[in-house]
Design a protein around this ligand. Structure first.
Ligand code: SAH
Length: 227
């Protein structure tokens, strides 16, 4: 990227972060999350979103909106990425599971905040492209697998945080099982082609799961290959 382009994307990124902060404040009464932590803001600032969008959509890379990434899938809206990440409340030593790698953008944000991120993507071509992209960007704490993520990733469980970035009609029970006591899981629940309910689950230290509604959202569907 030449000097001017780098300046442009720096400016666009700063503007995007201001929008995300404002939207977080405006939706705070509904989401219970009024502000973003410095850690989450730093992670968003550090991940170059233009590396995760298709070349013909580069001019939209720092717009606060989802974008198509091919195969009917999308890269999530930055505000939603910020909110879902904040809700997980990750500590630097956290081990995280993500379902729906897509472009790998959300994966990268998580990888800035956690010790290790495991991510599962159903479409092998997207999984491969995301893995390559994250490697090029220097991430060494991410492992991506092409599979149906509704089964979770038993081998690396339990997880401190689980993030699902595709909409399911119910929270897959395997994911709840693979959540550590004290851990959080965030997932859009509802039917495809409709507004879904972003939900936050918290498994307390006794293993009891508490569940609350956060915000209406629209995600592509979680497609189950097993069952
Ligand atoms: N976090 C992504 C958003 C991707 S959209 C980003 O920021 O780019 C949701 C992704 O979930 C799609 O790539 C889709 O292929 C994937 N997906 C759908 N059903 C799945 C399943 N059962 N297991 C894993 N991934 C799934």
């Amino acid at each position: 990227m030449n000097h001017d382009a780098a300046n442009d994307s720096e400016r666009a990124l700063r503007h995007l972060l201001e929008q995300v902060v404002a939207e977080t404040r405006e939706t705070g009464d509904r989401t219970g999350c009024h502000t973003l932590s410095a850690r989450v803001l730093e992670a968003l600032a550090a991940v170059p979103r233009h590396r995760f969008v298709p070349p013909d959509l580069l001019e939209w890379a720092y717009a606060d909106r989802p974008l198509p990434i091919g195969r009917g899938q999308t890269i999530s809206q930055p505000f939603i990425v910020a909110l879902m990440t904040e809700l997980l409340d990750l500590r630097p030593d956290a081990v995280v599971l993500e379902i729906g790698t897509g472009s790998g953008y959300q994966t990268a944000v998580l990888a800035r905040l956690a010790r290790q991120v495991y991510s599962v993507e159903r479409i092998p071509a997207l999984a491969t492209a995301a893995a390559r992209r994250l490697e090029e960007l220097g991430f060494i704490n991410v492992e991506i697998r092409a599979d149906d993520g509704a089964q979770g990733w038993e081998e690396h469980a339990p997880f401190d945080g689980i993030m699902v970035t595709a909409a399911a009609d119910e929270t897959p029970p395997a994911l709840v099982r693979q959540l550590k006591p004290g851990g959080r899981l965030v997932i859009p629940v509802g039917l495809p082609q409709r507004t879904q309910d972003l939900r936050l689950l918290h498994k307390d230290e006794n293993g009891v799961v508490h569940d609350r509604s956060v915000l209406p959202v629209v995600f592509v569907p979680l497609i189950r290959d097993h069952e």
